[in-house]
Design a protein around this ligand. Sequence first.
Ligand SMILES: Cc1cc2nc3c(=O)[nH]c(=O)nc-3n(C[C@H](O)[C@H](O)[C@H](O)COP(=O)(O)OP(=O)(O)OC[C@H]3O[C@@H](n4cnc5c(N)ncnc54)[C@H](O)[C@@H]3O)c2cc1C
Length: 378
Amino acid sequence: MKKYLIIGNGVAGTTAAQEIRKHDTQGQITMVSQENLPFYSRIKLPDFVAGLSDTDGLVIRKAQWYKDQQIDLKTGTEIVEIDHPAKSARDNNGNLYPYDSLLIASGSVSFIPPVEGSDKGNVFALRSYEDARQLEGAATSARNAVVIGGGLLGLEAAHALIKKGLQVVVVEFFDRLLPRQMDNNGALLLKKMLEAQGFEFRLDAKTRQVTGEDRVTGVELESGEVLPADLVLFSTGVRSNLALPGKLDLETDRGVIVNARMETGMDGVWAAGDVAQFDGMNFCIWPEAQEQGRVAGANMAGAHEEFQAIVPSNRLKVAGIDLGSAGEIDPNDELEKDLEQSDTLYRKLVKKDGRVIGCIMLGDTSGFNEVVKTISGK
Ligand SMILES: Cc1cc2nc3c(=O)[nH]c(=O)nc-3n(C[C@H](O)[C@H](O)[C@H](O)COP(=O)(O)OP(=O)(O)OC[C@H]3O[C@@H](n4cnc5c(N)ncnc54)[C@H](O)[C@@H]3O)c2cc1C
């Protein structure tokens, strides 16, 4: 009976486990997670902070699913060492996990830039359920929050804090919101719509330091302005979690280098999700992690599947505003485009040689999935 060990029970690890079971009904599957919850939705963490979801509402796979799939899930357990020649991993309590095939699906970690004062009390990042619990707790007694980073996650988190009754200022380094998903006109309209809902922004603004003694009292910008804050959230991106791959001497760049089968350069070791880098890319988004997990799991169990690079796409609702963005967004308006624009709507289809290669949809995302399929050539 083949032994499979999966490190990480996010969407990549869980999808891989499910796929292994499809192909190998007898194999022994063990999943290990540092976190205390079974597979849950990170995407819904802002809802938890806002009080719109409880813990149960986050969980995607309940205990019965693991039983049905005969997957042994060890939560609250960190793998601290891997002896690959001996094909055995060790956890923080000294327990050993022998394996034939190993999947590293250890995800990513929040990146906090080296800003003075970022280690003060009531300064947070939002990546895990535990982060969300702490942020939610602190927000209950806070009044003024500064969110550093006006990307998707920053806006979602800011919205959650506004829902909890806080005054929130979002500080963005670029001169527009969602610099990766929006062009100037789209970002301007989005800003106007969000301001109408209580958001405040400082764009083109760099954080000099987080002020206060033990606890934060404010955020000082390079302009000299000091924003009062009793809570600060850094939403300044993620980095692949390379703690374990580093110990294993796997080839890494921004992530663990994998081929289209999700194989690392080490026989019997696979990587998928935010931790992996395929063809120079790792977007650190859910659909990419899910598909890589599927491909890795299938191949670990003997199938022959290849990962096709995905078109990065995001669709979300911020403060009730529908937003979708995919492929080439042509931020400098250099390419051919179809445009629809009003006070509440911005839709742009970017084209090259008559073919749609990207889109921005704000206020109305109807047809988004079809457009993404067209962009992907599917
Ligand atoms: C608040 C938030 C909102 C998001 N919104 C979106 C969105 O709208 N759309 C989108 O596409 N993406 C979104 N994302 C990103 C998306 O959630 C990630 O791309 C996805 O979760 C990555 O899945 P993964 O399985 O690779 O890693 P993860 O979900 O990070 O799971 C990795 C797991 O491995 C565990 N682990 C790490 N090291 C060890 C170890 N040594 N031993 C044991 N366990 C270990 C970690 O604790 C973690 O539980 C969002 C992320 C966040 C945080």
